[in-house]
Design a protein around this ligand. Structure first.
Ligand code: AMP
Length: 144
């Protein structure tokens, strides 16, 4: 799987959007959904997806869908700042397997960073569900 290809309706984020598998949800509106990364690179690692878009990456997304995703990224990043008081926030997005993409439903990572705290490996160990739920609730409470 890389830059080109058919959108797979069975991808893990499509299943989360349809409610077929659980996620620690942070924020949802008509267009977008934000939830905690289940294999976080650090505390507060959050993902934002479009709920109806069939885009696999930045190159094939409709601009209006991208606008909705990025508006939610900004909103959630502000809430992450309020809730977790990081020293910085990284926003990343991968296109194609060689670039590090593993789920082919367009998504944006929000990664809070603290001075002197190294990032974990991308897609490493699975987080504790209770801890993820607590972080999600903390960030959700800071959404304005
Ligand atoms: P990417 O490598 O940019 O495609 O990112 C996919 C992200 O999805 C990785 O950071 C994974 O940790 C994360 N991930 C995979 N499965 C799940 C899941 N079931 N719930 C939440 N995040 C997931």
């Amino acid at each position: 799987m890389s830059l080109d290809g058919q959108y797979d309706e069975g991808n893990i984020f499509a299943k989360i959007v349809r409610g077929e598998i659980p996620a620690a949800k942070v924020f949802e509106d008509d267009d977008t959904l934000a939830f905690m990364d289940a294999f976080p690179q650090g505390d507060g690692h959050t993902l934002v997806v479009h709920k109806r878009s069939r885009a696999r990456n930045l190159l094939d997304v409709e601009p209006a869908e991208l606008n909705a995703v990025m508006a939610t990224v900004q909103r959630v990043a502000r809430a992450v700042r309020t809730a977790l008081a990081p020293d910085g926030i990284v926003v990343t997005q991968f296109n194609g397997a060689p670039a590090g993409q593993t789920v082919f439903h367009l998504h944006v990572h929000i990664l809070p960073r603290w001075e002197g705290v190294a990032l974990g490996r991308h897609g490493a160990g699975m987080a504790d569900g209770v801890e993820l739920g607590a972080l999600a609730a903390q960030i959700a409470a800071a959404i304005v």
